[in-house]
Design a protein around this ligand. Structure first.
Ligand SMILES: [Mg+2]
Length: 118
C-alpha cells in the first residue's frame, strides 16, 4: 500500500516515513499541493496524508483537486495538521476528508488510523 504524505515540513515527512515504512508501506512525498499534483506517481497512491497549512497550495485546495480527479477521488484523504479547531475539521470533512490527526502525532496512532483503510 502506498501512502502519499504531503507536508511542507521535512521533519514531519521524515517522521511519517520512519513510522510507516517498517510497517510495509511505501511512502511518497511532496512539499505542497502543487508539487503533489504534479508528482509522476500520484495515481499509484492508495491514501493521502495531507497537511493543511502549506505554501503554494494548501491541503484543502489539494483535496478539492483530488476529489475532482476520477483517478484519485475514491482514495481516502487523512489530514495531518497542527489545526485542531472544529471549523477547520468540519471544512476538511465537507471537502471529503476521511480523517483528522493533530500534530505532533504518535506513530502507533497514525498506523492505527491508516490500517482502518488498508
Ligand atoms: Mg504545514
Amino acid at each position: 500500500m502506498t501512502i502519499f504524505c504531503v507536508d511542507d515540513s521535512s521533519t514531519i515527512r521524515m517522521l511519517v516515513k520512519k513510522a510507516l515504512e517498517p510497517e510495509g508501506y511505501t511512502v511518497l512525498e511532496a512539499e505542497n499541493g502543487k508539487e503533489a499534483l504534479s508528482h509522476k506517481d500520484i495515481a499509484g497512491a492508495d491514501l493521502f496524508l495531507v497537511d493543511v497549512n502549506m505554501p503554494q497550495m494548501n491541503g484543502f485546495e489539494l483535496v478539492k483537486n483530488i476529489k475532482q480527479d476520477t483517478r484519485l477521488s475514491s482514495k481516502p484523504v487523512i489530514f495531518l495538521t497542527t489545526e485542531s479547531a472544529l471549523e477547520k475539521k468540519n471544512e476538511g470533512k465537507d471537502l471529503g476528508g476521511a480523517g483528522w490527526i493533530v500534530k505532533p502525532f504518535e506513530p502507533p496512532a497514525l498506523i492505527k488510523v491508516i490500517k482502518m483503510f488498508s
